[in-house]
Design a protein around this ligand. Structure first.
Ligand code: TXA
Ligand code: MG
Length: 317
């Protein structure tokens, strides 16, 4: 499907005006849609938490136009500098120490000494950031606990009443959230698997990133502790056949003569295509009203790590 990458400049200007007036605006990024507010206005940031029903202990990502703007908010060590050079603009979020004079609301960073920063690559997000001239705090534009929104109509269904405006950029290209990397220490820690794979990160620093769930002294991301990405239906993972009454979320060649609703993440077994389809397919199968969605195995390599992370969370609920 085509991605709408350009919007009329007056639409962008109107969205920027809403943001500066303290209102919420949903906008597309290359990963998922974001629910944006001016990060420097505490009341606007509070409205994000209220609209999503999000626990206030879970900090947000600050979106900025470029690395210079990011360096006004957080302290960049050598590691963060390398990652920014390699992946920005793009689907990588860096967690770095928050600067003393940083103007971002304490609520947005949940009172932590660190701040999560990202320079999105989507032209609509980039245009909005240029026009707004403030850092935009934006979580994924879904109600807390739901799967993320990859289309404007998902945002409308979850949060339509809470936003002043939705910038419709069509379906998002990547479909999975950004990878969140803690770059405060000497070795990067992958806090959330996402659009940038562990192998891509390893190629920059010469070693696999540590994983937050390895435990020990590693930092964790508050968001990873919470229930997340859950459809209403239960999920049965690793399914190779479909039981009566189940829907099927297939990957690759689906079992023949399957009854009931079926959607395929990627008939050819392509992980990039599967990532782009994941949340929309989960929402669509959930809407069929089945009790259980059987999910075929997805290989745990490359983007498969992030896909399996989301599926495991959705099943755990
Ligand atoms: O692709 C994305 O990242 C999307 C688009 C809109 O940019 N945003 C997104 O935001 O997924 P959200 O709020 O759904 O997830 C942000 C994650 C959460 O798991 C949160 O706990 C973590 O980032 N996070 C934010 N600030 C942090 C910090 N200072 N330290 C550790 N984790 C942090
Ligand atoms: Mg989210």
């Amino acid at each position: 499907m085509l991605t709408k990458t350009q919007l009329a400049s007056d639409e962008i200007a109107r969205a920027a005006w809403h943001l500066r007036a303290g209102r919420l605006v949903a906008f597309p990024t290359e990963t998922v849609y974001g629910l944006g507010a001016d990060a420097t206005q505490g009341a606007a940031v509070a409205a994000i938490f209220a609209a999503k029903g999000r626990p206030r202990i879970n900090p947000l990502i600050m979106h900025v136009a470029n690395e210079d703007a990011a360096r006004e908010l957080g302290k960049f060590g050598p590691l963060a500098g390398k990652f920014a050079a390699a992946f920005w603009p793009g689907p990588l979020t860096l967690v770095v120490p928050r600067l003393e004079h940083c103007q971002v609301s304490e609520l947005a960073t949940a009172g932590l000494g660190t701040i999560a920063l990202r320079v999105p690559a989507h032209p609509v997000a980039a245009a909005l950031l240029r026009e707004a001239r403030v850092p935009i705090a934006a979580p994924s534009a879904n109600r807390s606990g739901h799967v993320s929104a990859t289309r404007a109509e998902h945002v409308r269904a979850d949060l339509g009443d809470a936003v002043a405006m939705i910038l419709d950029g069509g379906p998002t290209q990547v479909g999975l959230e950004s990878s969140v990397v803690d770059a405060t220490g000497e070795r990067p820690v992958l806090l959330r698997a996402g659009a940038i794979t562990a192998a891509q990160i390893a190629a920059i620093v010469g070693a696999e990133p540590a994983r937050a769930h390895e435990g020990g002294a590693h930092p964790v991301s508050p968001g990873q502790m919470l229930a997340h990405y859950a459809p209403r239906a239960g999920l049965r993972l690793g399914a190779t056949s479909v039981l009566p009454g189940e829907a099927l979320l297939a990957f690759g060649l689906a079992p023949p003569n399957t009854m009931g609703p079926i959607l395929n993440l990627s008939p050819t077994g392509d992980l990039t295509e599967a990532a782009a389809n994941l949340f929309a397919h989960l929402r669509a199968l959930d809407a069929e009203g089945v009790g259980v969605i059987a999910v075929m195995p997805v290989p745990d390599i490359g983007l498969g790590e992030a896909i399996n992370d989301r599926l495991t969370r959705a099943a755990r609920r």
